[in-house]
Ligand binder design. Structure first.
Ligand code: TRP
Ligand code: SF4
Length: 403
């Protein structure tokens, strides 16, 4: 991995519409930190949405729009991170096509999400070409930016592993000039008999025994040659470490810690469970939702003692409350000293405090859609420049080069 790509972070999100607290405490907070530390590329994976939602595409663009507004509203900063929409960078599709030429079907069929999702979404016909190829599309998303790090959840790690295998296969197939061997031998002749012997011995020691010192010495030897061209030096370096040149670097997953944010009912917060608090939820709705949130089922009357461990409200306190409140809740709950509404009040206040600035920022973007459009246009342009560069290189090594 070279240093410029190891600093490049790329992540995509399917357009699901307005985001909620689960997204914020899981993915988005992570992105907020990453954008200061790396060159980040964050994109809306709208084509990925079509792999499962091809029969209902009427909401895609609104979902994209709402999601981007929420990214901006939480503080994803377009002057730090590049934000774009996948389908606006059609280079992803060309790379996807080119990669498909040498992607074994069996690799796609054994990606765990393939069968899992088909099982889960039985009401949909997912025996499609697009759905089978979805991990490959994801690989194209990653490889086209030569991203070194990909923040993903546990469920996506297999896709990164798949991408690594694919990059390896690509480099093996195309990461070498047609007449590399001849050219290397020519270059070796140019460094003189004595040096050539030392070079070959050192290479052997490195390749057969993994002797790193031998590699260092050999590299220094090549570096010191004055009679060879830059191209030849590159070949001599390349030949030392194996024969292939890394064109597409292998990405590493950057595991996003699992969000501790449960839904209102204590299950995972998810739109399909109807247990979310949206980032743009109105204060009245936030208050209503928390006030009607289930508590320890054993606490039927105000005088019944409760157990915080059986209550989803307590999980919210663990995220939102300070030490003092976190002592007050279990004591008051177990002794029936406090009522549930009383207990919920600090949670309501903390969530409102967290969401008010987000909602206000979202409102400003909603009122100025041209600002969002120009952020996305600029992001797409930036992404395309990088994507085109990679694609040029890929086309060339795959033999598609016409003058
Ligand atoms: N497949 C990812 C998901 O469903 C989204 C995604 C698409 C992605 N392309 C990506 C994530 C590239 C990381 C990198 O969540
Ligand atoms: Fe839950 Fe608080 Fe009620 Fe206890 S007092 S059951 S922790 S809401």
């Amino acid at each position: 991995m070279n240093s410029s790509s190891s600093q490049r972070v790329l992540s995509g999100m399917r357009p699901t519409g307005q985001l909620h607290l689960g997204h914020f405490h899981g993915v988005l907070k992570n992105w907020l930190t990453l954008q200061h530390e790396y060159k980040c590329y964050f994109f809306v994976a709208d084509w990925h949405a079509l792999t499962t939602e091809y029969d209902n595409t009427s909401t895609v663009s609104q979902h994209v729009w709402d999601m981007v507004i929420d990214w901006l509203a939480v503080g994803i900063n377009p002057s730090e991170a590049t934000l774009f929409i996948q389908s606006k960078v059609p280079e992803h599709a060309e790379l996807h096509l080119l990669l498909s030429m040498f992607t074994p079907l069996s690799w796609l069929e054994r990606v765990p999400t393939y069968k899992d999702q088909q099982q889960k979404l039985q009401n949909k016909d997912l025996s499609t070409y697009g759905f089978l190829g979805y991990p490959l599309l994801q690989s194209a998303d990653i490889l086209i930016y030569k991203a070194g790090l990909v923040p993903v959840g546990e469920d996506q790690v297999a896709h990164i592993e798949f991408t690594r295998e694919l990059a390896r296969r690509f480099n093996h197939l195309y990461g070498r000039e047609a007449d590399f061997e001849d050219k290397v031998n020519e270059a070796i002749r140019k460094i003189g008999k004595k040096n050539a012997k030392i070079y070959k011995d050192l290479r052997k020691r490195y390749q057969e025994q993994g002797d790193n010192e031998a590699l260092n010495t050999a590299q220094a030897l090549v570096e010191a040659q004055q009679n060879v061209s830059l191209g030849d030096k590159k070949r001599l370096f390349g030949y030392l470490e194996g024969e292939t040149k890394t064109i597409l670097p292998e990405p590493e997953p950057l595991l996003t810690p699992v969000s501790k944010m449960p839904g209102l009912d204590g299950q995972k917060m998810s739109k399909s469970y109807h247990n979310t608090i949206a980032l743009r939820e109105s204060p009245t709705m936030v208050e209503n939702k928390i006030r009607t949130m289930p508590t320890d089922p054993a606490r039927i009357r105000r005088t019944d003692p409760g157990d915080p461990e059986r209550c989803p409200v307590w999980q919210f306190h663990k995220i939102y409350s300070n030490q003092e409140v976190q002592t007050w809740v279990p004591a008051g709950c177990r002794s029936a000293g406090i009522g549930c509404l009383e207990c919920k009040q600090p949670v309501i206040e903390s969530i409102l405090a967290e969401l008010t600035p987000i909602r206000e920022r979202a409102q400003r973007y909603l009122e100025n859609p041209e600002v969002v459009h120009s952020i996305l246009n600029e992001g797409c342009d930036k992404a395309r420049t990088v994507a085109r560069e990679t694609l040029e290189e890929v086309r060339e090594v795959m033999g598609l080069f016409y003058r």
